[in-house]
Design a protein around this ligand. Sequence first.
Ligand code: SF4
Ligand code: SF4
Length: 465
Amino acid sequence: MSRRRPARAGNGRRAGGVSGADLRREIEAKGINLFECYTCRLCTEEMQRGILTLTEPYRKAFGEAEWRRDLFNEPVCPTWDYYRHEAYTAYGRALLARDLADGLAVDPADPRLREVVYTCLLCTGCQELCFSRNRVPLMKPFMELPREVWDIHGILLAERKWLFERHGWAAVPEGLAALAQRILQSGTATGEPRRGATRWIEATGSEVVDLSRAGRADVLLLLDAQAPYERALWPALAAMVRLLRAAGLVVGVLGAEEIATGLAVLACGDVQDYLRLNHEAVRRVAQVADRAGVGCVVTVDDTGYLAWTAPAKHYGLAGDLPFPFAHAVPFLHSLLEEGRVPLVRPVEMEVVLLDSCHLGRYSKVLDAPRRILARVPGLRVQEAHLRREYLYCCGAAAGVPEAYPAQAAWWGRKRLGQAREVLHTGRTVVTTSLVCGAHLRRIAAGTGDALEVRDLAEVVAAALA
Ligand code: SF4
Ligand code: SF4
């Protein structure tokens, strides 16, 4: 066990005015003790150990209904799965954070350092299994315990923040840096001007009010920096608008004033610009929502949802929004529960649902997509073995496809394989994340895979009269 703080708590040499001690301070300010890792390696080895070790108390603590025997021998961490080297796990990355805090000097141009840090998909698979994080909520029913002192996701983010503050863009892989800079400079993932955010409206004939000009709406639909500029995602946007309109809602969008929440900027470790971007976006949305009489702001982007609902220790804006805010999937679910969206047309097909890391695992929106799909007449829904909290990240997150395309494609192919193995006659994959959908669609097309990737909204809208 290496839980005791070593005597040498060196500050290291300063670069950019930033020292190892600053990383320790950043992490401790989140309430995290860098030496509380149990070195249990659940995040390193296969699911088997995790499930066997934690099963009963884990199920009770997190309200899970089943003991997942089907997960035995499955790796949870995609980078462990790919590299089979401990440096590429939560444990390895936490040890790196500890060494950096102790003054380890690293060369930001070292490709191995970059690969260890930035291939991590920030998918929170390790957070889900981590024993040191789980033991407090697990034991709560049985004894008084101190506060949580370990949060691997908080450490992974702090590590990137520190590397960025110390070394700037020099530490960030080229593809990820280019994506983040496009978002910072143009407000779009593609780099095109934001006025392009209205092209999908005309192309799909969607009935929305462009609130950047004038008008009123019941719902302000946020599209964020990717979906309105990526043609393959337009059918999903149009489908979501049709569903909301079927519930009798007037749907507004920000048009040429569309926001960007910029998870890629956070993935670079540029927390300052990430927060500035998001505070500006919240201000813009608040002004428009207030003027247009909007009842609820709804985002279609799971990374945007994360940005505005994550706690401050994960650099999110939770509790800092002056308007009601929801993701489109749970929002649609609540409309269906109220009987406001008539799904009457049979959709005779077999699909497999793939949960997403940000919306599913991190934000725990896991039941809503299942309940929505269960309401579609004729639809047969299959579940991937790696599902719900134990989903396997498809490789779309954290700018990894831009920085490490070969690895991201490997994870995408593996995820599609997990979908294929539970489909009997169908060939349709349903995703709850536009970001995952775009990535998986590209992988399927690039490999000539017969699987078709569709957004949940597209499948559900097919059941409208
Ligand atoms: S966030 Fe995902 S990729 Fe990164 S260490 Fe955890 S499980 Fe592995
Ligand atoms: S990070 Fe968590 S799961 Fe991984 S070795 Fe440490 S305590 Fe165990």
